[in-house]
Ligand binder design. Structure first.
Ligand SMILES: Cc1cc2nc3c(=O)[nH]c(=O)nc-3n(C[C@H](O)[C@H](O)[C@H](O)COP(=O)(O)O)c2cc1C
Length: 209
């Protein structure tokens, strides 16, 4: 099946089969794809929590508007934006670039200046919005990678971020819940699976210039 056919097959799953778990290698393949998501200057401004624990998911459902997917899916994925993007964060990234590419740290001085400028030039509010935008790119890759692996998913914004932060202790970790997704397998009786995809016609969506 082509990628487009897989994206036609996928839908925001409303009801998961709670008896079905994603095989470890499949889950890993999906997470590997998410780790490869691009981000502005490569900073990876967010963390990704993979939550399987039943008690934790019950607590999260209570602050997730009772959405059953949170407990019934195989796993819950939480994209949590970094709340402490600062010089230290930027320098750690440069360290990683230097080590990964075997480049002397000094040779990266220009790039470091650009990275630190991008951080220092933003207010705390702008830094958070910046980080949250990157988290959504991770979500986009997750949606696509899950479809590629024939795994169902429901991207979700319907939750209380402060409640998630509290249950998961994210504030202490310098993180805040931004967007979530439940992944697993659709229940056989999820009627939503048969609904036709609603999208704007291409002529009202794409602008070719
Ligand atoms: C960022 C985002 C947040 C969403 N939040 C929810 C949600 O909280 N609960 C839910 O059931 N569906 C949620 N959806 C699913 C959308 O309603 C769905 O993707 C959209 O209607 C298009 O349908 P499709 O994904 O089945 O093609 C969300 C989707 C996105 C991308």
């Amino acid at each position: 099946m082509s990628l487009v056919d897989k994206l036609k097959w996928r839908y925001a799953t409303k009801k998961f089969d709670s008896t079905k778990k994603i095989a470890a290698d499949k889950l890993q393949a999906i997470l590997d794809a998410v780790q490869l998501a691009p981000s502005s200057i490569g900073l990876q401004h967010y963390r990704v929590l993979v939550i399987e624990d039943a008690d934790t998911r019950e607590k999260l459902k209570a602050v997730g508007y009772g959405q059953s997917q949170i407990t019934d899916a195989s796993q819950l994925i939480v994209f949590a934006a970094e709340t402490n993007i600062n010089e230290e964060f930027g320098k750690k990234y440069i360290d990683n670039v230097a080590a990964t590419r075997n480049i002397p740290r000094e040779a990266l001085a220009g790039f470091e200046g650009m990275v630190l400028g991008a951080i220092n030039g933003r207010t705390p509010e702008q830094l958070l919005i910046w980080a949250q935008k990157q988290a959504y790119i991770g979500l986009g890759v997750l949606v696509t990678a899950a479809a590629e692996q024939d795994v169902d998913i429901c991207p979700m914004e319907g939750f209380d971020p402060a409640g998630f932060d509290e249950v998961l202790g994210l504030k202490e970790k310098g993180l805040t819940a931004t967007v979530i997704a439940t992944i697993g397998y659709r229940a056989a009786d999820d009627a939503t699976a048969n609904a036709a995809k609603v999208r704007r016609p291409a002529s009202e969506f794409f602008i070719h210039i």
